[in-house]
Design a protein around this ligand. Structure first.
Ligand SMILES: C[S@@+](CC[C@H](N)C(=O)[O-])C[C@H]1O[C@@H](n2cnc3c(N)ncnc32)[C@H](O)[C@@H]1O
Length: 258
């Protein structure tokens, strides 16, 4: 698909979805006036991340003071089934980060209320729910459909085991619409995991809002913080010393809120 036909297909796909019109307006504005937001400060962000990064094992053992068993070894049967479900899905959705870190931060905070942005196949949701169900907690998720792939919505969260689904509350809108709906139900969270709009401006908007909803002692996590300088700038502006975890050549940022 060339660029023009991709733009037109995206536009007409949005037109069929009135619930996503607010996001369509924002996308048009961004493409006209703010195209550089995705990679703003990428080079400095990557340098900063690599200078302070630790492994997921070190984060879990030295910061969370828990012995580290990789997520796939803790839940081998569910994990193998999830891999099969992903392989059967006819659509290509976004990839996962460190499932072990997500699982252990929910354990560390004894989480009962967790919010995440960005679900795709549902790997991060699976990891959070594997912990939350032990306390009958709830995962609130926000995910905007992949607009160009027919039926992609049927596969959002497809790897999440059925036995966890009663503890899952999914909002299928852009974050700017989903998050206010979620916050009208719950206003404070043990864990926040950000993995959706990766633009600089999208992150800064969401980080400020989501961080204010983390309870004292709770944990804020963002994936892919080397993409641009949003996480670094957010921490520096607020005087926060975060943890940076390297996983699969990418970086996740974590803040334990005091
Ligand atoms: C990287 S994937 C999420 C991967 C997931 N956390 C996992 O571990 O498997 C990003 C997801 O965020 C969604 N997304 C992108 N921009 C969004 C926005 N503004 N609001 C809500 N969801 C968005 C995409 O449609 C996609 O499903």
């Amino acid at each position: 698909m060339n660029k023009i036909s991709e733009i037109l297909s995206t536009f007409f796909a949005y037109l069929k979805r009135p619930d996503l019109y607010p996001e369509l307006r924002r996308k048009i504005w961004k493409n006209l006036f703010n195209r550089s937001s995705g990679l703003r400060g990428k080079e400095e962000a990557e340098k900063w991340c690599s200078s302070i990064a630790i492994s997921e094992k070190d984060f879990i053992e030295k910061v969370l003071n828990t012995s580290f068993i990789p997520f796939e070894k803790l839940f081998p049967k569910e994990f193998a089934e999830a891999l099969q479900l992903q392989a059967k899905a006819p659509v290509k959705l976004g990839g996962a980060g460190s499932l072990s870190v997500i699982y252990y931060i929910n354990e560390y905070t004894n989480a009962k209320k967790t919010v995440e942005t960005g679900v795709a196949y549902g790997w991060s949701s699976f990891a959070a729910l594997a912990s939350l169900v032990n306390r009958n907690g709830t995962l609130y998720s926000s995910d905007m459909p992949y607009i160009l792939q027919n039926h992609s919505e049927d596969f959002v969260g497809c790897v999440i085991p059925q036995k966890y689904r009663n503890n899952w509350d999914l909002y299928r809108f852009a974050d700017k619409e989903s998050l206010p709906k979620i916050f009208s139900k719950v206003d404070s969270f043990d864990v926040v995991h950000y993995d959706s709009d990766k633009s600089y401006d999208g992150r800064i908007w969401a980080y400020n809002l989501l961080f204010s909803k983390v309870r004292e002692g709770g944990i804020f996590m963002s994936d892919d913080i080397g993409d641009n300088a949003a996480f670094k700038d957010f921490c520096e502006t607020k005087g926060i010393k975060p943890y940076v975890v390297e996983f699969d050549g990418k970086y996740a940022g974590l803040i334990i809120k005091d």
